[in-house]
Design a binder for this molecule. Structure first.
Ligand code: FEO
Ligand code: CA
Length: 671
């Protein structure tokens, strides 16, 4: 879920491509040799990084044992993988059905107007499925899970393929085409959809007359609790008490709590803030924010990715300097009460929240894992003060209001230290700019800087696996990391392909102060030596991937990984997709491609129904990312001229982000 619209990454988009030395496809790679010759721990414990191994053994040593015949380990996943590649549509493994369940603009209520892309309105959008579906939460309504609430985030909008006659709205043009009407539609297209679905004759159907259906948007009133509630830095003209926030935005990944609520994370909130103090290329002046300048700089506020602040003072930091402090939180939504007010839990800290996977620790406390999706940013964990009460759901809804937020330090010896972000401790004191716990959570990034947390390669989803007791951390990429600024947990400079770390809490205690960690895989093409990918050598040509982003664990306790390569899919020549990832036994660190996205899309929200008979995936922004590199098209998509019109393939329809329900033909469990 990268998250920023195409134009938002302009500077990245124009970075020169890597000059990757190629080696013959049949030559063993450094990663392969390292994998075979050394245990995983030897490799990740740093004395033996990939580059070091190459230096130690030289190219002559690389052929050593690749010829040895080896029995492929038995896969835990029973399907024939999809061939990697890229085209205008989706592909699912043979024997599976991919049903387009919910598309941008689909009705959510009996009185929703039909979707008309040429006559959009904010009022219509507020009754329709929103844009850019991301995280998917599945909350069963009956015992067999054939009726359920699907909770879906709508992360952001892509104006160039959303609106007719507009084209790309980039920063250089300062969004000159963005009228107030279009901004209002964008604001309505963000947020969350809650929708009841039911399975009938092996097909999922949306129940429009469900009392639970709800659209939450950047206009929905939310309450705020925890250490920052009511704090002066949350006071605005509209909300002088700092207790009621209007809306949520850039909801990326999320979570479902054990008490059946939905957690929607706020990720790239900084992009929505505006200033008039910018140059002609919409680059904000330096030093904005007055006495909050350090915080503004650390969070990238304002970034001017959207024109909302041109029409709404609250998104203009010149006029409302505290509004940006009211975003970057985790929101808890009770999907069983459509009249309920969502709550922003400030105890979980303010940063670019990728997700919020929640579990109950063995002592009954709630634990939430969160990544901060920034280059060199941190991995966080929240542990509640109170414990879960199976008989008191209302009380459980306060569990995320109070507890301990920590940031992770990954040590070279394979251990992880959780560093508590507590006011008054370890330098989080007034002399260092922290006057209270409110300051600590509002400036969680600055607090974690102070504690010496490990600067990671863009932490995305963090997925606990309750079956094996371990926790999987997706690190999507970081091309800004220099070769002389690596560490054992982020071992590659110019890390364009990402990696996955496995954390192990001792005795299954997710509140422990120290964990162990291990590398599961270093992503990228294992046949290109210079990339330094480390996969199980049995990984197939279609099975390796780049840029892990979202993850899920299925009902069988197996890991699935969704990818987002953004503009740079051409570095692999593969569209994004959903991969089955082996974590156990001889097959560990192999992957298999199960579902492939259409061109320009990223893969989000993998989610499995509890009976394992349906996999829900979210295809986000089809037809947008990197279409200038799509052979035969080679230009930016617009509404009128998109690289694909997935999923409708109707000349009257633009591409539409959609949730897809995947089932096995004839029924049965997935994979
Ligand atoms: Fe919205 Fe970090 O992806
Ligand atoms: Ca997840």
């Amino acid at each position: 879920m990268a998250k920023s619209p195409f134009y938002c990454n302009r500077s990245e988009a124009f970075e020169a491509h890597d000059d990757i030395p190629l080696s013959p496809k049949d030559a063993p790679t450094i990663g392969e040799v390292v994998y075979r010759r050394y245990s995983r721990r030897d490799v990740i414990r740093g004395s033996l990084g990939v580059a070091a191994a190459a230096a130690l053994f030289g190219s002559g040593a690389l052929g050593a044992d690749t010829a040895a015949a080896k029995q492929a380990p038995e896969s835990r996943f029973d399907f024939d993988e999809v061939a990697a590649g890229i085209d205008e549509t989706h592909h699912v493994a043979d024997g599976y059905e991919a049903q387009i369940l919910l598309r941008w603009g689909d009705p959510l209520f009996p009185d929703s107007p039909p979707f008309d892309p040429n006559n959009q309105s904010p009022a219509a959008q507020l009754k329709q499925f929103g844009y850019n579906n991301d995280y998917i939460g599945f909350i069963p309504l009956n015992e067999d899970g054939s009726q359920a609430l699907l909770c879906v985030n709508h992360e952001y909008t892509n104006e160039e393929v959303m609106f007719p006659g507009l084209g790309r709205q980039d920063k250089e043009a300062c969004f000159s085409g963005m009228t107030k009407e279009l901004v209002d539609i964008e604001m309505a297209a963000h947020g969350v959809s809650i929708v009841e679905i039911a399975k009938q004759d092996d097909l999922w159907k949306v129940r429009l007359d469900s009392p639970y259906n709800r659209r939450i948007s950047s206009l929905t009133k939310m309450s705020v609790d925890g250490p920052a509630a009511g704090h002066a830095r949350l006071h605005t003209k509209d909300d002088p008490d700092g207790q009621t926030i209007t809306g949520t935005l850039n909801n990326c990944a999320g979570g479902v709590t054990p008490w059946g609520t939905y957690l929607a994370s706020e990720e790239n909130f900084h992009g929505y803030f505006w200033t008039e103090d910018h140059d002609g290329a919409c680059t904000p002046a330096e030093g904005l924010g007055g006495d909050q300048a350090e915080s503004y700089a650390r969070y990238g506020v304002p970034a001017l990715w959207y024109a909302w602040g041109r029409y709404y003072d609250r998104f203009n930091v010149d006029r409302e300097p505290n509004e940006a402090n009211r975003f970057g939180w985790v929101c808890e939504i009770d999907p069983f009460d459509p009249a309920s007010t969502p709550v922003k839990h400030t105890a979980l800290g303010r940063y670019r929240h990728e997700g919020a996977e929640c579990l109950l620790n063995k002592d009954g406390r709630a634990v939430v894992y969160c990544g901060d999706d920034g280059k060199f940013d941190y991995v966080y964990r929240f542990v509640s003060k109170g414990t879960y009460d199976p008989d008191d759901r209302a009380a459980n809804m306060w569990l995320l209001s109070e507890g301990t937020l920590s940031a992770a330090r990954f040590n070279d010896d394979g251990s992880v230290d959780w560093l508590p972000l507590v006011f008054g401790e370890n330098g989080l004191t007034p002399e260092n700019g922290f006057a209270s716990q409110a300051d600590v959570v509002i400036n969680a990034r600055l607090a974690a800087d102070k504690l010496g947390a490990t600067r990671m390669d863009r932490p995305e989803d963090i997925q606990p696996n309750l079956e094996n007791g371990r926790v999987y951390l997706m690190l999507t990429n970081n091309t800004k990391r220099e070769a002389d600024d690596t560490d054992t947990a982020n071992p590659r400079g110019d890390n364009a392909f990402g990696h996955i770390i496995e954390m192990t809490p001792p005795d299954g205690d997710h509140a422990a102060a120290h964990y162990a960690w291990d590398m599961l895989v270093q992503c990228g093409d294992p046949s290109v030596a210079g990339i330094g990918a480390v996969w199980n050598p049995d990984t197939s040509e279609s099975g390796w991937f780049a840029c892990p982003d979202n993850a899920a664990v299925d009902s069988e306790g197996r890991l699935w990984v969704a990818t987002d390569q953004g503009e740079y899919w051409d570095r692999t020549g593969k569209a994004d997709g959903l991969y089955a990832m082996e974590t156990e036994g001889d097959g560990r660190s192999t992957a298999k491609l199960f579902f492939r996205c259409p061109v320009g899309a990223e893969m989000c929200g993998p989610c499995f129904a509890p009976d394992q008979e349906t996999a829900f995936v979210a295809v986000q922004h089809p037809g947008t990312d990197g279409t200038d590199k799509y052979p035969g098209f080679e230009r930016a998509s617009t509404f009128e001229d998109p690289a694909t019109r997935w999923p409708d393939f109707d000349p009257a329809m633009p591409p539409r982000p959609s949730v897809v329900a995947i089932t096995k033909k004839g029924g049965g469990k997935i994979a």
